[in-house]
Write a protein that binds this ligand. Structure first.
Ligand code: PMP
Length: 391
């Protein structure tokens, strides 16, 4: 694939920061070599000397003095090497994208670590969206994406969807205003990308079926657009086997996938990872080189040491425990909705994630109902409870 037609002028203009390039070289350099270029502080002056984290099964992660020095120091913009290689193996196990075996210049799968996947997504949007570009989404859309995309493009097309995700027929109809060969003609302004949250969509809780993904991927091939697969709730699918991902179908190298540890390990550690064709992942990293420099080294080391301690099986067993918890939560909220809202509202049982989308019958905008009435009611209930407790 030729990615140049997808890139914005800003992204094309990005060049490696010489200081960051040195940081990448230093990873492989002998320990005795000290680079004076990046302004690295002397870690002996850091006040933190060791750290121990207790993990839920009673195991610990201990950072002795050399590790803590590394954890508190600058690190490569791509991410720390051992976490990158662990994640690469994980992506191969879970998605086995055809692109793993491609040459680097022809869409080979690559990974970079970002400060949560939000950071990665924001960089992807800046890399790909010029003013006026046509972007396909499905509403209601996660505000973190919508408000990142909106300032960049005035041409956002909403593709109709239902509880099984984007409706391929509806997408076909939208795309039929172009001919497939139009994508080769810049004056035709064909859709550049589809952004979608395939599992446990934020905010609808809906999940896309594997069959729909296949159809949509074929449309992406036909009309030559990229797919941004934002999948923070992938690990929180309530049924097995997990639905195949767009990444797993990516024979062309047209999928950029966003993953995160936020929902399964910690959201505050701010560690996510982007997987996609090398030429595009490199551009995300060029952006990181001049923005955050890298995701927090301490967080990456904490996660990396935990993952090496667990191994892939231990990690997936943890994911199962987390999913069991959220499945119970999902069942509890569905039972409450059944009990209190039957006949008053409609909803679909989520197959993944944290969200339940409730449509209240006869009220098109529930904002005031929630912001005023519901909060007021809760306030009075709480007050009554506090009065009773103090009696
Ligand atoms: N995408 C979606 C759909 C989300 O729901 C969220 C978090 N709520 C994010 C991205 C951002 O996640 P992270 O914490 O990894 O930045």
């Amino acid at each position: 694939m030729n990615y140049s037609r997808f890139l914005t002028a800003t992204s094309i203009a990005r060049k490696p920061s010489p200081i960051r390039a040195t940081a990448d070289i230093m990873v492989k350099a002998p320990k005795s070599l000290i680079s004076l270029a990046p302004g690295s502080p002397n870690p002996n002056m850091f006040p933190f000397k060791t750290a121990t984290f207790t993990v839920e099964n009673g195991n610990t992660i201990h950072f002795e003095k050399d590790t803590i020095k590394r954890a508190l120091q600058y690190s490569p913009s791509y991410g720390i090497p051992e976490l990158l290689s662990w994640l690469k193996q994980l992506q191969i196990k879970l998605h086995n994208p055809p692109t793993v075996h491609y040459p680097p210049t022809q869409g080979q799968m690559d990974i970079c670590i970002t400060s949560g996947c939000q950071d990665g997504l924001c960089k992807v949007f800046e890399m790909l969206i010029n003013p006026g570009d046509i972007i396909l989404i499905n509403e209601p859309l996660y505000p973190g994406a919508l408000y990142a995309i909106k300032p960049l493009s005035s041409n956002i097309i909403n593709v109709p969807s239902d509880e099984y995700g984007i409706i391929p027929e509806a997408l076909k109809k939208i795309l039929s205003q172009w001919k497939p060969e139009d994508s080769k003609d810049p004056t035709k302004n064909t859709p550049k990308l589809l952004y979608t949250i395939p599992n446990g969509n934020n905010p609808t809780g809906y999940s896309m079926t594997g069959d729909r993904k296949k159809e949509i991927y074929e449309l992406a091939r036909k009309y030559d657009f990229l797919i941004i697969e934002d999948d923070p709730y992938y690990f929180l699918q309530f049924n097995k086997p997990w639905v195949p991902t767009f990444l797993s179908m990516d024979v062309d190298g047209r999928v950029i996938r966003a993953d995160t540890f936020s929902k399964i390990l910690s959201s505050g550690l701010r560690v996510g990872f982007m997987t996609g064709p090398k030429s595009l992942i490199e551009r995300i990293v060029l952006h990181t080189q001049v923005s955050s420099l890298h995701a927090c080294t301490l967080s990456q080391l904490m996660i990396s040491q935990l993952l090496y301690q667990w191994g892939q099986d231990g990690f997936l067993a943890h994911v199962d425990r987390v999913t069991d918890f959220y499945r119970d939560q999902r069942n509890a909220i569905l039972a409450a909705a059944d009990k209190w809202l039957s006949g008053l509202a409609e909803w679909h049982a989520p197959k993944a994630g944290l969200f339940l989308w409730i449509k209240v019958k006869g009220i098109s905008n529930t904002q005031l109902l929630i912001e005023e009435k519901a909060i007021e009611k809760e306030a009075f209930q709480r007050l009554a409870q506090l009065i009773k407790e103090s009696l």
